[in-house]
Every structure is written in structure tokens, then in C-alpha cells.
Design a protein around this ligand. Structure first.
Ligand code: ADP
Ligand code: DP6
Length: 464
């Protein structure tokens, strides 16, 4: 049974502490959910009398030529629902969207395994909040002001520069939720039920790993589903051996992974919401985008190969960093539980963030991976001199993605930062060979809410 219209959204993330460590189940990551979300609207496609259409259309109307049309069919021997991108439409969108395609096949397979009705034609529309992408049209450090929540980026998706907020995890989470809710509505009834959430998590995690072609730590999907948390990863063996769509028995294996019914493959990740606030309400998380971007995969490979080559040195560093990361979580939580704060209260956080950064720089220099590159060190240090700024870090894998700052949530502090960034530039001869132009202050801030249901009528303007 399919539903006429529905909409869901999932948040982006910032891994404030625990980059690289969180890949190993012995360590954790402190992940903060953001108010930048990816939304997916779905409606049933009406077919004209006499015309049988069996297409699923996926559009991302903020981008040029971003429309993908899929045919679908049930494969033999329980291999699940295979989707095939259809050719020959007027938009030149023949480029594939691996995340959409994989998430669609996985979610259709699960939906048809739990609800045996026929898959019908439908149209999905993806809308992303502005800050997922650096957009050259916006001026410098300004937070874009627009009455429309969603901006048209006027470029093809592959030309949009990502800011590192985890677009693919938020997309896969909102998208798989929308597909399941559309085709198997009894599986997504009450978004606050723990069982539903964990099933949506397991499905999104499986689809995201398959689309990425690797099993990462999964903290980004966890944040998209659950919001802010201290995250301990799942054992990769849970998803190993799942196979892919079309392989005999895939549908049954996927269903048992999603519903966690295989005793040999029990989900063992830990989502600790005790630190759910992550950023106390008197502080604000802000992100500065240097618009360079980083290739996370190569960085991870090099850090891990150094760790393998120098296990003793790495163990010491990992243990010390984990301690620093736990201290940060504890400090933030203790601050969050106090009624009001004076600036002195931030001293411990300031110190622990400095300690973490110096350990990260040690990881950088020892592994030869620019996790906190010189230009980012300069930028964070300079920001930390400003009134009201408590500290900053290169989040996640680091590199040239947007840096995260914690500052007092007061106008004077935000204004000072904005003004400072207005004129901030680094030339290549000052920045270790890397020059950065304007640094843009993103409009994002912390928000502790994972995947949620939205009102479908909110998207009318974009549903052309
Ligand atoms: N607005 C969008 N519409 C459609 N697909 C999107 C959108 N945003 C991201 N994606 C998908 O996610 C991919 C980017 O994922 P990835 O490289 O993992 O970046 P990130 O670090 O932001 O998650 C894109 O290539 C595309 O497949
Ligand atoms: C290195 C990591 O531990 C953290 C990477 O965090 P980012 O936030 O940099 O991630 P991307 O969105 O993929 O660029 C890898 C992992 O945990 O999977």
C-alpha cells in the first residue's frame, strides 16, 4: 500500500572530537547534529488512463540537470528490487547518483520484504539547506538572508563544493525513510519509537556503506538518525557478507540486518544521548568555510597506515586523545547542566580544546597527513583571540573542510567574528603553500534532532 504524499528530513553533523579514533570500536566520537537538514518529499505519480508508467523519478531541483529516472523490477531468487537508470530524457542527467540509486534499491527491497504490495510509480524531490555547499554567489562572511529556505545553486551537483556537513548521510537517511514510509507505511508510523529509529538506522547505514563502497565508522548516519551523541561504532562484520541487490537471498539478509534478528550479526553500536546537548545553550557552534574541501578517503588511508606501521606510538596518542575527547564531552555536559554561565566557566573547555588540537597536530606531523594544516591553525588561533570565542577545532577528518568554533551565543561575539572574517585572507607564502580567499561564516548551528517527519505542503514551490 502506498501513501499519497509525505516528507522527511535528516540533519548534517560535525564530529567535534574523535576523528580517526571513531573508526575503531575501542574509541568514541563526539558528534553534534546541525540545523542544516536534507529534506525528501515523495508523492505518488498519477498515470493517465491507458498509460502504464513504472518509473520512479528523483529530482534535486536546486541543481542543474539533477533528475534521475529509474525503472525497477523484482529479481529472481530473492535478490530484492533492482533499479535501472532510464536513458533518453530531455535533461542531460545521464550521470548516475550512486547514493540515490543505492538507497532506492535498498529501501525498495526492504519495503517490499515487509509489505508485499506492488511497487508503484512515485516522484521524490530532494531539498538541501544552503550550508551543505559553498556557493560562489554568496558574498564573503555573510550568512545568506533569504525568505526562501532553499536556494537554487544554478550549477550541476558535481560542481557544487561540499562544506563537509555530511550531505550523503543526511540524504540517504531522509531518502530511505521516505521510500519505506511511502511503500510500507506501517513500518514508519511513529518516528519517536526506538524500534523504528533503529531499523531506519540499520537500513540507512547498510545503504550508505554500499554506496560509499566501504564500511566507515558510520557516525554521520548515526547523527542523521539520532542527532547529537557520543558514538561508538558498530562491528563492520555486521554488514560484511550482506552482498548486493540481485544476489540470491539478498532480500532476506537485508530484512534480518534491518530488523536485527540474526543472532550472529547483532548491531553493537552505542549511541550515548547523555551528552545529547553536546553544545551547551549559552554557547553556539559556528563553522567557517575556507572553500577548499578535502579528500577524506586518502587521508584516512594514510593515517591508518601510519598507525599500523607505528602501533606503540599510535596507541599512546590514541589513548591520550580519547581521554581529551572524553574530557571535552564531560566539560560540555557539566556546563549544559548549569543554569547560567560567566565567561570564567569556559576556561576548562578552552584548555581541553587546546590539548586536543595539539594532539591532532602531533597526529598530523607523525602521519604526514594535513589534518590541521597550517592555514587552519592560523585561522583557528586568530579566531580564538576574538572576544567570546572559546575554542575551535578542525572537525572530522580535518584538512580543508569548514572549521568548527565554539563561542558565546551573544551578538557581540558573533558580530566580532563576522567582522574579523570579512577581511581575513591568507596568501600562499604565509599559509604553508596554501592560499585561502574569503572565509565564509556558515549559518549553521547545533540542533539535536535526528530524522523527523515534515509537513509535505511546505515544499510546494519546489515541486514543479
Ligand atoms: N542535494 C543533493 N541531491 C542529490 N544527491 C545529493 C545531494 N547532496 C549530496 N548528494 C549525494 O551525495 C554525494 C556526496 O557525498 P559525499 O561525497 O559522501 O559527501 P558528504 O561528505 O557531503 O557526505 C553526491 O555525489 C550525491 O550522490
Ligand atoms: C576520519 C573519520 O573518522 C571521520 C571523517 O569525518 P568527516 O566529517 O571529515 O567525514 P566526511 O563527511 O566523510 O568528509 C572517518 C569515519 O569516521 O568514517
Amino acid at each position: 500500500m502506498d501513501q499519497p504524499t509525505a516528507a522527511f528530513s535528516a540533519p548534517g553533523k560535525v564530529l567535534l572530537a574523535g576523528g580517526y579514533l571513531v573508526l575503531d570500536r575501542n574509541y568514541t566520537g563526539l558528534v553534534c547534529g546541525l540545523d542544516a537538514r536534507i529534506h525528501v518529499h515523495v508523492h505518488k505519480l498519477q498515470t493517465s488512463p491507458g498509460l502504464t508508467l513504472s518509473e520512479i523519478i528523483v529530482k534535486s531541483p536546486q541543481f542543474r540537470d539533477a533528475e534521475w529516472r529509474y525503472g525497477y523490477r523484482e529479481t529472481e531468487e530473492g535478490g530484492g528490487i533492482e533499479v535501472t537508470q532510464l536513458k533518453g530524457h530531455s535533461t542531460s542527467a545521464q550521470s548516475r547518483n550512486k547514493f540515490v540509486e543505492t538507497a532506492l534499491a535498498y529501501a525498495l527491497t526492504y519495503a517490499s520484504a515487509v509489505d508485499h504490495t506492488k511497487i508503484g510509480p512515485a516522484s521524490f524531490t530532494i531539498l538541501a539547506d544552503t550550508d551543505y555547499y559553498s556557493h560562489p554567489g554568496s558574498s564573503g562572511s555573510e550568512i545568506p538572508t533569504t525568505t526562501d529556505r532553499f536556494l537554487g545553486f544554478n550549477v550541476p551537483l558535481h560542481e557544487a563544493h561540499k562544506t563537509g556537513l555530511g550531505s550523503s548521510a543526511a540524504l540517504v537517511t531522509a531518502f530511505t525513510t521516505a521510500v519505506v514510509a511511502h511503500y510500507a507505511p506501517h513500518a514508519v508510523v511513529d518516528m519517536s519509537s526506538a524500534q523504528e529509529k533503529s531499523r531506519l538506522h540499520n537500513l540507512a547505514q547498510a545503504a550508505h556503506c554500499a554506496a560509499q563502497g566501504k564500511i566507515g565508522s558510520g557516525f554521520d548516519v548515526a547523527a542523521a538518525v539520532y542527532g547529537s551523541c557520543v558514538y561508538r561504532r558498530f562491528s563492520p562484520s555486521i554488514l560484511e557478507g550482506l552482498g548486493d541487490v540481485g544476489v540470491k537471498g539478498f532480500s532476506t539478509r537485508l530484512k534480518s540486518i534491518v530488523e536485527d534478528t540474526d543472532p550472529t550479526k547483532k548491531w553493537d553500536m552505542k549511541i550515548d544521548k547523555k551528552f545529547a546537548a553536546v553544545v551547551p545553550r549559552d554557547l553556539r557552534l559556528m563553522m567557517c568555510d575556507v572553500d577548499c574541501g578535502s579528500e577524506t578517503v586518502g587521508m584516512v588511508r594514510n593515517v591508518l597506515s601510519w598507525r599500523k606501521a607505528k602501533p606503540e606510538e599510535a596507541l599512546l596518542l590514541w589513548e591520550t586523545l580519547q581521554k581529551g575527547n572524553e574530557d571535552l564531552a564531560t566539560e560540555l555536559q557539566s556546563l549544559a547542566s548549569k543554569p547560567a554561565n560567566s565567561s570564567e566557566d569556559y576556561e576548562n573547555i578552552r584548555e581541553v580544546m587546546l590539548t586536543i588540537r595539539s594532539l591532532i597536530r602531533e597526529m598530523s606531523s607523525k602521519s604526514g597527513v594535513p589534518i590541521e594544516p597550517e592555514v587552519q591553525t592560523g585561522l583557528i588561533n586568530a579566531c580564538c583571540q576574538l572576544p567570546g570565542v572559546v575554542g575551535g577545532v578542525v572537525p572530522g577528518a580535518g584538512g580543508f573542510d569548514a572549521v568548527a568554533l565554539l563561542l558565546e551565543d551573544k551578538e557581540y561575539a558573533i558580530d566580532a567574528l563576522r567582522q574579523f572574517l570579512e577581511n581575513y585572507r591568507v596568501k600562499a607564502n604565509e599559509g604553508g603553500g596554501v592560499s585561502i580567499g574569503k572565509v565564509r561564516l556558515l549559518g549553521v548551528k547545533q540542533e539535536d534532532q535526528g530524522v523527523r517527519k515534515e509537513t509535505p505542503t511546505n515544499y510546494q514551490d519546489w515541486l514543479r
